[in-house]
Write a protein that binds this ligand. Structure first.
Ligand SMILES: [Zn+2]
Length: 259
Protein backbone atom coordinates (compact mmCIF):
# COMPACT_ATOMS: atom_id res chain seq x y z
CA UNK A 1 0.00 0.00 0.00
CA UNK A 2 2.86 2.37 0.85
CA UNK A 3 4.28 1.94 -2.64
CA UNK A 4 0.88 2.75 -4.13
CA UNK A 5 0.77 5.99 -2.15
CA UNK A 6 4.19 6.92 -3.54
CA UNK A 7 2.96 6.29 -7.07
CA UNK A 8 -0.16 8.42 -6.55
CA UNK A 9 1.99 11.11 -4.96
CA UNK A 10 4.15 11.20 -8.10
CA UNK A 11 0.99 11.51 -10.22
CA UNK A 12 0.08 14.56 -8.13
CA UNK A 13 3.60 15.94 -8.61
CA UNK A 14 3.13 15.71 -12.37
CA UNK A 15 -0.41 17.14 -12.36
CA UNK A 16 -1.08 20.79 -13.04
CA UNK A 17 -4.84 21.01 -12.67
CA UNK A 18 -6.05 18.88 -9.80
CA UNK A 19 -9.73 19.16 -9.00
CA UNK A 20 -10.50 17.99 -5.48
CA UNK A 21 -14.00 16.79 -4.66
CA UNK A 22 -14.56 16.58 -0.92
CA UNK A 23 -17.35 15.20 1.23
CA UNK A 24 -18.21 14.72 4.88
CA UNK A 25 -15.31 12.32 5.44
CA UNK A 26 -12.72 15.11 5.33
CA UNK A 27 -14.45 17.00 8.17
CA UNK A 28 -15.14 14.16 10.61
CA UNK A 29 -11.61 14.56 12.07
CA UNK A 30 -12.66 18.14 12.87
CA UNK A 31 -15.60 16.86 14.91
CA UNK A 32 -18.33 17.41 12.32
CA UNK A 33 -20.48 14.30 11.86
CA UNK A 34 -21.72 13.15 8.47
CA UNK A 35 -25.29 14.47 8.41
CA UNK A 36 -26.58 13.66 4.94
CA UNK A 37 -24.48 10.88 3.42
CA UNK A 38 -25.79 7.32 2.99
CA UNK A 39 -24.69 6.54 6.58
CA UNK A 40 -25.44 10.06 7.76
CA UNK A 41 -27.17 11.21 10.93
CA UNK A 42 -30.17 12.50 8.98
CA UNK A 43 -30.37 9.59 6.58
CA UNK A 44 -30.68 7.11 9.42
CA UNK A 45 -33.14 9.26 11.37
CA UNK A 46 -36.15 10.40 9.33
CA UNK A 47 -37.29 12.67 12.19
CA UNK A 48 -34.02 14.59 12.00
CA UNK A 49 -34.29 14.69 8.22
CA UNK A 50 -37.60 16.56 8.56
CA UNK A 51 -35.67 19.46 10.06
CA UNK A 52 -33.79 19.83 6.82
CA UNK A 53 -36.77 19.36 4.51
CA UNK A 54 -37.56 22.60 2.71
CA UNK A 55 -41.31 22.02 2.61
CA UNK A 56 -41.52 21.35 6.35
CA UNK A 57 -39.28 24.33 6.96
CA UNK A 58 -41.37 26.76 4.93
CA UNK A 59 -44.72 25.60 6.32
CA UNK A 60 -44.01 24.86 9.97
CA UNK A 61 -42.76 27.46 12.48
CA UNK A 62 -41.94 24.71 15.00
CA UNK A 63 -39.59 23.10 12.49
CA UNK A 64 -37.92 26.47 11.92
CA UNK A 65 -37.43 27.00 15.65
CA UNK A 66 -35.78 23.60 15.97
CA UNK A 67 -33.66 24.32 12.89
CA UNK A 68 -32.43 27.62 14.37
CA UNK A 69 -31.53 25.86 17.63
CA UNK A 70 -29.55 23.25 15.70
CA UNK A 71 -27.75 26.03 13.76
CA UNK A 72 -26.77 27.75 17.01
CA UNK A 73 -25.44 24.41 18.31
CA UNK A 74 -23.81 23.30 15.03
CA UNK A 75 -20.32 21.80 15.59
CA UNK A 76 -18.97 23.89 12.68
CA UNK A 77 -18.78 27.01 14.89
CA UNK A 78 -16.08 25.42 17.06
CA UNK A 79 -14.45 23.18 14.45
CA UNK A 80 -10.89 23.69 13.25
CA UNK A 81 -9.43 22.49 9.96
CA UNK A 82 -7.47 19.24 10.19
CA UNK A 83 -4.49 17.71 8.38
CA UNK A 84 -6.69 16.73 5.41
CA UNK A 85 -7.85 20.33 4.88
CA UNK A 86 -4.28 21.59 5.30
CA UNK A 87 -3.02 19.15 2.67
CA UNK A 88 -5.37 20.71 0.09
CA UNK A 89 -4.07 24.16 1.06
CA UNK A 90 -0.56 22.87 0.38
CA UNK A 91 -1.73 21.59 -3.01
CA UNK A 92 -2.97 25.09 -3.85
CA UNK A 93 0.26 26.66 -2.55
CA UNK A 94 2.14 24.40 -4.98
CA UNK A 95 0.04 25.84 -7.81
CA UNK A 96 -1.65 22.53 -8.60
CA UNK A 97 -5.20 23.05 -7.37
CA UNK A 98 -7.53 24.06 -10.20
CA UNK A 99 -10.71 23.92 -8.10
CA UNK A 100 -12.01 22.50 -4.86
CA UNK A 101 -15.55 21.20 -5.17
CA UNK A 102 -17.07 20.40 -1.79
CA UNK A 103 -20.31 18.90 -0.57
CA UNK A 104 -19.56 20.31 2.88
CA UNK A 105 -21.23 23.42 4.29
CA UNK A 106 -18.79 23.97 7.14
CA UNK A 107 -16.41 26.46 5.47
CA UNK A 108 -13.36 24.59 6.78
CA UNK A 109 -11.54 24.66 3.43
CA UNK A 110 -11.59 28.47 3.41
CA UNK A 111 -10.73 28.57 7.11
CA UNK A 112 -7.73 26.31 6.41
CA UNK A 113 -6.51 28.78 3.80
CA UNK A 114 -7.80 27.72 0.38
CA UNK A 115 -8.77 30.71 -1.78
CA UNK A 116 -12.53 31.28 -1.54
CA UNK A 117 -12.71 31.75 -5.32
CA UNK A 118 -11.40 28.20 -5.85
CA UNK A 119 -13.91 26.60 -3.48
CA UNK A 120 -17.18 25.53 -5.10
CA UNK A 121 -19.75 24.73 -2.41
CA UNK A 122 -22.36 22.61 -4.18
CA UNK A 123 -24.54 22.29 -1.06
CA UNK A 124 -24.11 25.94 -0.06
CA UNK A 125 -22.69 27.30 3.16
CA UNK A 126 -23.75 27.45 6.78
CA UNK A 127 -21.86 30.71 7.14
CA UNK A 128 -24.47 32.75 5.32
CA UNK A 129 -28.20 33.24 5.75
CA UNK A 130 -30.65 33.92 2.94
CA UNK A 131 -34.17 35.30 2.81
CA UNK A 132 -36.55 32.89 1.09
CA UNK A 133 -38.67 35.81 -0.18
CA UNK A 134 -36.39 38.67 -1.21
CA UNK A 135 -32.78 38.72 -2.42
CA UNK A 136 -31.25 39.45 0.98
CA UNK A 137 -28.18 37.45 1.91
CA UNK A 138 -25.87 38.07 4.87
CA UNK A 139 -23.69 36.74 7.65
CA UNK A 140 -25.14 33.81 9.60
CA UNK A 141 -23.38 34.80 12.85
CA UNK A 142 -25.39 38.03 13.02
CA UNK A 143 -28.65 36.06 12.69
CA UNK A 144 -27.53 33.54 15.32
CA UNK A 145 -26.93 36.48 17.68
CA UNK A 146 -30.61 37.35 17.23
CA UNK A 147 -31.61 33.74 18.02
CA UNK A 148 -29.46 33.79 21.18
CA UNK A 149 -31.08 37.10 22.13
CA UNK A 150 -34.52 35.45 22.07
CA UNK A 151 -35.86 35.53 18.49
CA UNK A 152 -36.63 31.85 17.96
CA UNK A 153 -37.56 32.29 14.26
CA UNK A 154 -35.88 35.56 13.19
CA UNK A 155 -37.52 37.15 10.12
CA UNK A 156 -35.75 39.00 7.31
CA UNK A 157 -35.15 42.57 8.47
CA UNK A 158 -35.73 43.88 4.97
CA UNK A 159 -39.02 42.19 4.04
CA UNK A 160 -40.16 40.11 7.03
CA UNK A 161 -39.71 36.86 5.08
CA UNK A 162 -38.47 33.51 6.32
CA UNK A 163 -34.71 33.24 6.76
CA UNK A 164 -32.70 30.06 6.28
CA UNK A 165 -29.07 29.04 6.13
CA UNK A 166 -27.63 29.35 2.61
CA UNK A 167 -27.48 25.56 2.36
CA UNK A 168 -29.34 23.18 0.08
CA UNK A 169 -32.07 21.46 2.08
CA UNK A 170 -33.72 18.20 1.13
CA UNK A 171 -36.37 18.91 -1.47
CA UNK A 172 -34.60 22.09 -2.55
CA UNK A 173 -33.06 22.47 -6.00
CA UNK A 174 -29.31 22.77 -6.35
CA UNK A 175 -28.04 26.04 -7.81
CA UNK A 176 -27.51 25.31 -11.54
CA UNK A 177 -24.69 27.87 -11.93
CA UNK A 178 -22.77 26.25 -9.07
CA UNK A 179 -23.19 22.74 -10.48
CA UNK A 180 -22.15 24.00 -13.93
CA UNK A 181 -18.99 25.49 -12.43
CA UNK A 182 -18.18 22.18 -10.72
CA UNK A 183 -18.70 20.21 -13.94
CA UNK A 184 -16.63 22.65 -16.02
CA UNK A 185 -13.83 22.35 -13.47
CA UNK A 186 -13.99 18.54 -13.73
CA UNK A 187 -13.80 18.83 -17.54
CA UNK A 188 -10.56 20.81 -17.27
CA UNK A 189 -8.92 18.64 -14.62
CA UNK A 190 -5.90 16.47 -15.31
CA UNK A 191 -6.58 14.74 -12.00
CA UNK A 192 -9.79 14.35 -10.04
CA UNK A 193 -9.03 13.66 -6.38
CA UNK A 194 -12.11 12.67 -4.42
CA UNK A 195 -11.76 12.76 -0.64
CA UNK A 196 -14.19 11.51 1.97
CA UNK A 197 -17.23 11.25 -0.25
CA UNK A 198 -19.19 8.10 -0.99
CA UNK A 199 -19.94 9.50 -4.49
CA UNK A 200 -23.58 8.50 -4.22
CA UNK A 201 -25.14 11.96 -4.39
CA UNK A 202 -25.90 13.24 -7.88
CA UNK A 203 -25.33 15.34 -9.87
CA UNK A 204 -22.01 15.98 -8.14
CA UNK A 205 -20.91 12.34 -8.33
CA UNK A 206 -21.21 12.71 -12.12
CA UNK A 207 -18.06 14.85 -11.99
CA UNK A 208 -16.09 11.60 -11.80
CA UNK A 209 -17.33 10.43 -15.20
CA UNK A 210 -16.91 13.92 -16.67
CA UNK A 211 -13.28 14.08 -15.55
CA UNK A 212 -12.55 10.52 -16.64
CA UNK A 213 -13.99 11.10 -20.11
CA UNK A 214 -11.92 14.29 -20.40
CA UNK A 215 -8.80 12.21 -19.80
CA UNK A 216 -8.12 12.99 -16.16
CA UNK A 217 -6.68 10.51 -13.70
CA UNK A 218 -9.18 9.63 -11.01
CA UNK A 219 -7.99 9.01 -7.45
CA UNK A 220 -10.53 8.06 -4.79
CA UNK A 221 -9.67 8.48 -1.10
CA UNK A 222 -12.52 7.11 0.99
CA UNK A 223 -12.89 4.68 3.88
CA UNK A 224 -15.72 2.80 2.18
CA UNK A 225 -16.11 1.47 -1.38
CA UNK A 226 -17.74 3.83 -3.88
CA UNK A 227 -19.66 3.10 -7.11
CA UNK A 228 -16.69 4.57 -9.05
CA UNK A 229 -13.90 2.42 -7.63
CA UNK A 230 -13.81 0.35 -10.82
CA UNK A 231 -13.12 3.37 -13.04
CA UNK A 232 -10.59 4.97 -10.66
CA UNK A 233 -6.86 4.86 -11.42
CA UNK A 234 -6.24 4.44 -7.69
CA UNK A 235 -8.42 3.78 -4.67
CA UNK A 236 -6.99 4.68 -1.25
CA UNK A 237 -8.75 3.46 1.91
CA UNK A 238 -6.29 4.85 4.48
CA UNK A 239 -7.32 7.58 6.97
CA UNK A 240 -7.59 10.94 5.18
CA UNK A 241 -5.57 12.93 7.73
CA UNK A 242 -2.74 10.45 7.37
CA UNK A 243 -2.67 9.92 3.63
CA UNK A 244 -3.67 13.28 2.12
CA UNK A 245 -0.56 15.13 3.37
CA UNK A 246 1.54 12.41 1.74
CA UNK A 247 -0.37 12.65 -1.55
CA UNK A 248 -0.54 16.43 -1.77
CA UNK A 249 2.61 17.67 -0.09
CA UNK A 250 5.34 16.67 -2.50
CA UNK A 251 8.59 16.02 -0.63
CA UNK A 252 8.39 18.97 1.72
CA UNK A 253 5.17 18.43 3.59
CA UNK A 254 6.17 15.71 6.05
CA UNK A 255 7.94 18.19 8.34
CA UNK A 256 4.77 20.22 8.85
CA UNK A 257 2.12 17.53 8.75
CA UNK A 258 2.21 16.94 12.51
CA UNK A 259 1.47 20.54 13.44
ZN1 LIG B 1 -36.32 39.34 2.76
Amino acid sequence: MSKDIDIVSRWVDRSRRVVALTGAGISTDSGIPDFRGPQGVWTRDPKAERLSNIHEYMSNAEVRKLAWRSRVDHPAWHARPNAGHRALVELERRGKLHALVTQNIDGLHQQAGNSPERVIEVHGTLHQAVCMHCEWRGEMLAILDRVRAGEDDPPCERCGGILKSATISFGQALVPEVIDRAMRAAEHADMLLTVGTSLQVYPVAGAVSVAKEAGARVVIVNAEPTPFDNVADAVVRLPIGEVLPRLCGGGSFSSTSNS
